[in-house]
Ligand binder design. Sequence first.
Ligand SMILES: NC(=O)c1ccc[n+]([C@@H]2O[C@H](COP(=O)([O-])OP(=O)(O)OC[C@H]3O[C@@H](n4cnc5c(N)ncnc54)[C@H](OP(=O)(O)O)[C@@H]3O)[C@@H](O)[C@H]2O)c1
Length: 275
Amino acid sequence: MQKLLIAISLFLLTLQSSFAEESDYTPTALIVGSDREVGFEFTRTYANRGWNVIATGVAPEQNTDLMDLASANTRVTIETFNANDFDAVDALAKKYRGTPVDLLLYATRLNVAEPPSNMEIQKFGQFDYDIFYLSLTTNAVAAIKVAEAFNDNVITSQHKKVVQLSSMNGSIGKPKIRCQRCGNFFTESSFAAANALMRRLFKLHRSRETGVVVGMIAPGPVSIKDIAPLVADNFPADSLVSVEDSVAGMVKIIDGLNEENSGSFYNYNGQELPW
Ligand SMILES: NC(=O)c1ccc[n+]([C@@H]2O[C@H](COP(=O)([O-])OP(=O)(O)OC[C@H]3O[C@@H](n4cnc5c(N)ncnc54)[C@H](OP(=O)(O)O)[C@@H]3O)[C@@H](O)[C@H]2O)c1
């Protein structure tokens, strides 16, 4: 009888320690583009959830809210990082080798729509091809480069999620809306390429049975400071969404990403978007 009790106690102790190990796990999000409104709101949200956040930006020190968040929260680490510098991508991946990355979130774009002057460089007949290439690289090629560099980090994590913030402008099948200035050659082609690359990544992970899931999400017409007048001019007032509501919707989608819906393209409100 005594032996039986000892055996049961040992079994319970083992069970308890394995549960403790699981609940001790702190997930990590690597957010590329943490220093503007949408990326920053993601950073704040995951930090508030108690995740480790590797928050990157081209010039993160310019965002005092981000710097304050990192000073107040030891789980937020700031990295200065330009996704178009592929040596820097490899160097960052090397620095974090062995660190599981549960959510790799690419929230970066070359914003060629910022008014007023940038609209001129993307008019048919006067394209600035250097900016066109930069747009393709920042919005699409660098995203797959980052996913490639951090592949092992994602595979060895518990959540195993790769998400790119895309744009409705990347949808070739999107409903034709009357919009004078939204959408343009650079943005539409680069996000269509980004979607195609992420879709291909999803197929690769599915065929290799890695368990990694991939999602593309359009944040909607977010009324961020820099482009608020442009957005307001081109979308009905009732379709505009605040940064907080957009990110809350996208976090819900990310929470629900699984092997069944991996490879899908969503709007921030959960609606599936056509390719
Ligand atoms: N706002 C909208 O209405 C809207 C609509 C559709 C899609 N989206 C998508 O949502 C995401 C965030 O949008 P947003 O409105 O917050 O964009 P944003 O204000 O233009 O910010 C873009 C972010 O990308 C970063 N970035 C630019 N080039 C980079 C590079 N080479 N390497 C690393 N980071 C770089 C910027 O860093 P710096 O600040 O240091 O330059 C900034 O943090 C983007 O993917 C965008 O396509 C937004």
